[in-house]
Design a protein around this ligand. Structure first.
Ligand SMILES: [Mn+2]
Length: 424
């Protein structure tokens, strides 16, 4: 059997799963038995893992740049149509990534309806659209060298606002329901800008974009402590973001990129605060050792990711069921094949999500209220140390994905076929 040129066929996935089904069944039964002793119904956990869906970024299907250069491999997608093909392969193998997030103007096409049709033929749809005013584009009238939405010049701000409105226009045609806005605005030297004036201009620009958004759309604003601005950043932290979200409107929410925190920040507490404020809109998953490293989610600090997931899982478990943030991967794949890196990411996210689902929230609350520190911590540890890989694999299997997506991707020869077709 051979992979089709554009998809890894369902037959191929079924055959691969057939080979691995027996092993999975035995591992799944073992973890089910163990969880049973803890009064956890493993099938229910699987169902919850199946509901956990994460969008794939169009820019994550190609090799990203390091600060010092890019090292592309043969067979990378050359345009947004091919990026959708690769994103669809990820979704075919995981059954958990049915939406793609586009970045403009990188992903701009003349015919958005053709793109939408192409996506549908590959079984994927569109997530939040992203604007870009952190770099100048060829032929652009005014430069963003000194900022965009917060620039001192109204003409530059208007140009950046117009770009965001165009991105919303493209998103409407594709069926998106949200725009993510990250800006590189700020300053590099003391005295360069007025903190207050700069922030007021940013808010004013956001309000104008917000007014141009359809009523069923959400605006996601993404903060980041530094880079490219190294002294002061317009939207540096969750506090400023919360202030902006409150100032702009109810559908202006905060996007938490896991790498956008200074070392040592208690990200799970930040997440809890934003949930409490009703302002947590979405996530960018990745991992980091130092700053915005954009490494594979769960690669550096899986226990931290687990603690963040615990906040999300417990908020989702609360009555009302209205808490539904947009989950997206935002990583730079420099050393790994981008499709393999995305698969590895989703596997890791599912495994850790399943662990967070195993925490007995009632027991945790019981111990917390009695100040039983050790037992409260143990609730977390017990869940974290449980091997949830069979649970994640079973979730994929039931969602039409592969038990072993990375192995199957390698066996399929997809990248080699694409190298012949796309070159590079
Ligand atoms: Mn991000």
């Amino acid at each position: 059997m051979k992979a089709e040129l554009d998809r890894i066929s369902g037959d191929w996935i079924a055959e691969s799963n057939r080979k691995r089904k027996k092993g999975l069944e035995s591992d799944y039964a073992a973890v089910g038995k163990m969880l049973n002793r803890r009064k956890v119904e493993v099938d229910l956990v699987v169902e919850k893992v199946r509901k956990f869906q994460v969008a794939v970024p169009s820019w994550g299907t190609v090799t990203g740049g390091t600060r010092f250069g890019r090292f592309p491999i043969p067979g990378l997608p050359r345009d947004i149509f091919e990026k959708l093909d690769d994103a669809a392969v990820v979704n075919d193998l995981t059954g958990a990534n049915p939406r793609v997030s586009l970045h403009f103007p990188w992903d701009l096409v003349n015919d958005p309806l053709a793109l939408k049709k192409h996506a549908r033929s590959r079984g994927v749809g569109f997530d939040a659209v992203n604007s870009n005013t952190f770099e100048d584009q060829p032929g652009q009238d005014l430069s963003y060298k000194f900022g965009s939405l917060s620039h001192s010049s109204k003409a530059v701000r208007d140009q950046a606002i117009a770009h965001n409105l165009e991105v919303i226009g493209s998103g409407i045609k594709l069926g998106s329901k949200a725009i993510s806005i990250w800006i590189g605005d700020g300053s590099n030297f003391p005295g360069q800008v007025s903190f207050r004036k700069n922030f007021e201009r940013y808010l004013d620009s956001l309000r104008k974009i917000y007014r141009g958004m359809p009523k069923d759309w959400t605006m996601l604003i993404e903060y980041k402590p530094f880079e490219p601005a190294f002294y002061y950043t317009t939207l540096a932290d969750w506090g400023s973001a919360l202030m902006a979200g409150n100032a702009v409107g109810v559908r202006c929410k905060i996007l938490v990129d896991l790498g956008h925190h200074l070392p040592g920040t208690n990200v799970e507490a930040v997440v809890a605060r934003l949930i409490q404020a009703g302002k947590l809109g979405g996530f960018h998953f990745n991992d980091s050792q130092y700053a915005d490293d954009d490494l594979t989610a769960g690669s550096i600090a899986p226990y931290r990711l687990f603690r963040i997931f615990l906040e999300l899982v417990s908020a989702s478990a609360e009555p009302g069921g209205k808490f539904k943030p947009a989950y997206l991967i935002d990583q730079s794949h420099n050393l790994k094949d981008p499709i393999e890196a995305l698969l590895q990411t989703m596997l890791e996210l599912q495994i850790i999500w399943a662990k967070a689902l195993l925490v007995d929230l009632k027991a945790l609350d019981f111990f917390r209220e009695r100040n039983d520190v050790l037992m409260a911590e143990n609730e977390l540890k017990q869940a974290f140390h449980t091997d949830t890989r069979p649970i994640a694999a079973r979730a994929r299997l039931l969602s039409g994905g592969a038990i072993a997506p990375i192995e199957l991707f390698r066996e399929s020869g997809y990248r080699k076929l694409k190298a012949e077709e796309r070159g590079g």
